[in-house]
Design a protein around this ligand. Structure first.
Ligand code: ZN
Length: 261
């Protein structure tokens, strides 16, 4: 018989967090949808509404050959994220880190919302627009903001391919493309192995290799996600299918935490 998936109410979740020596969070697209960033693959996602082909947009060989497709997608994305603010759940994780309970956030998202909320230790498995590397001179450019990209793409020709400020070569944001290795996966594995409690938030655990991380967890796992999750039931695994912000608002109350958004 397949073991039944157990759920967990906010008070019990607060109890697990309180009793854990260290908590690690693994986050996916679901934590950012409430902020207004559509899951690229979802029904309102950019892949669908603007008809981008993810196989091309994020293919490293295609990018080297014709970076315009990726940059047209980026121009639209930067417009979408212009007014985006982190959600309650992002702020909740930042507060947990400040309180010393949370060791790190591992994220599949490239939207930088965890840093905007104040999280300090963030492992971005798929990278982000925060830095970029020149394909010609290999120099890495750091501390790039959405404003910087927006301006650079406005100044660029059509398609809006951004050139390296040093040599004029094509600049590639340090986002993980298909055909490239994820960033910091070893670090993520170590974090998951060493924590007492893994919170999986807004991820269906369908995208590899993040989907394999829960297997490394030695302690409890709490999955909070809307929709299907690719993780089997287990003795210390809990599954919550609820609105993330509503759920963590209750958890924060039980922890006596004030979360400022
Ligand atoms: Zn260069």
């Amino acid at each position: 018989m397949t073991p039944r998936r157990r759920t967990l109410d906010p008070a019990e979740c607060a109890g697990l967090i309180k009793n854990a020596g260290s908590v690690v969070a693994l986050t996916g697209a679901g934590i950012s949808t409430a902020a207004g960033i559509p899951d690229f693959r979802g029904p309102q996602g950019l892949y669908v509404t603007r008809r981008y082909d993810p196989e091309k947009v994020f293919d490293i060989d295609w990018f080297r050959h014709s970076p315009g497709d990726f940059y047209e997608f980026s121009r639209d994305l930067v417009e979408v994220v212009k007014d985006v603010r982190p959600t309650f759940s992002h702020h909740f994780l930042a507060e947990l880190e400040k309180a010393g309970s949370l060791t790190a956030v591992i994220t599949q998202n490239i939207d930088m919302l965890h840093q905007m909320a104040g999280s300090r230790r963030v492992v971005e498995l798929h990278g982000s627009y925060h830095s970029a590397t020149c394909l010609a001179c290999a120099r890495q450019h750091l501390e790039l903001s959405y404003d910087w990209w927006r301006q650079a793409m406005t100044l660029a020709s059509r398609p809006p391919v951004v050139a390296c400020p040093d040599c004029g070569g094509t600049l590639k944001p340090d986002i993980v493309f298909f055909g490239e290795f994820v960033i910091g996966f070893g670090q993520a594995q170590t974090l998951v192995r060493q924590c007492d409690l893994l919170l999986v938030i807004g991820s269906s655990l369908q995208v590899s290799p993040a989907s394999s991380l829960p297997r490394d967890a030695q302690g409890g796992i709490v999955v909070v996600n809307r929709g299907e999750v690719m993780l089997s039931a287990g003795s210390n695994r809990y599954f919550v299918e609820q609105d993330l912000d509503g759920y963590f608002r209750e958890v924060a109350k039980h922890l006596g935490m004030a979360v400022h958004c």
